[in-house]
Design a binder for this molecule. Structure first.
Ligand code: MG
Ligand code: MG
Length: 250
């Protein structure tokens, strides 16, 4: 299909999908605390998406069984919601997608559960910073590699591992469209154009870069079992920079 540039009408639909994804995150932020299960978070997310005339994009995607990916501590991405009870000091990455009239919004955020260590606080702060560093380069005429490089620089300054096997992507009528967005420089010569819609999503680790997939064939964990964080927004490329479609309301 190649890289698509969205029409005004398509952007309108994506903005609505993104708004609903942001509503889910606003609620997650409110309700995540020690003692609740990740399955509970999934049920709440499903209900919000349905209440706003959207469909949960992840549910059934390549057989994925839930509305959200719930990845705790050393889990990087693609964790299944379950009866696991969140405890004080955990961190949880919630990744969620909503589809509105055929168009997708995709966003992930890592949340503290109760009181977390200073080490984890810094991981969350820096991974979010890496996301916004990437977004700051998402502008008409820039190279896609500028986005990747900005993320890499923030990770390197803080001596964090960068997950290499997964990254950002074009978004539109499909959740995963071209181009793939590396979270480190790859000498990609692709120039960003107005109307491209792209999910930027750094995944940074306190320890090494390496990850592996568990026996459930989905859950990705760090090889050294150290914590990992994941922050993602879907954004529209404009001449004035990134227009974030999944912005979480204040
Ligand atoms: Mg994504
Ligand atoms: Mg996502």
């Amino acid at each position: 299909m190649g890289i698509t540039r969205k029409s005004g009408y398509e952007i309108k639909l994506m903005r609505e999908a993104g708004r609903v994804v942001a509503l889910v995150h606003a609620e997650m932020k409110k309700i995540i605390k020690p003692g609740i299960t990740t399955k509970y978070l999934d049920e709440i997310a499903y209900q919000i998406i349905k209440d706003h005339k959207c469909d949960p994009t992840f549910l059934g995607y390549n057989g994925f069984p839930a509305t959200i990916c719930a990845s705790v501590n050393e889990q990087v991405v693609h964790g299944f919601p379950s009866d696991r009870i969140l405890k004080d000091g955990d961190i949880i990455s919630v990744d969620v997608g909503a589809t509105y009239r055929g168009f997708v919004g995709d966003s992930a955020w890592t949340y503290p559960v109760g009181e977390i260590s200073d080490e984890c606080k810094k991981l969350l702060e820096i991974t979010e910073k890496a996301l916004f560093a990437g977004l700051s380069k998402l502008k008409t005429g820039n190279l896609l590699d500028d986005v990747s490089g900005a993320i890499e620089d923030v990770a390197n300054e803080n001596h964090y591992g960068i997950v290499r096997q997964y990254g950002g992507h074009g978004v539109g009528s499909k959740m995963h469209e071209e181009p793939f967005v590396f979270n480190y420089r790859v000498k990609n010569s692709l120039i960003l154009k107005t109307g491209m819609t792209i999910a930027i999503e750094p995944m940074l680790n306190i320890g090494c870069d390496d990850v592996e997939v568990l026996e459930d064939e989905w859950t990705v964990v760090t090889k050294d079992k150290k914590p990992s964080a994941h922050f993602e927004h879907t954004a529209l490329v404009t001449e004035n920079g990134a227009d974030i479609l999944t912005k979480i309301p204040e």
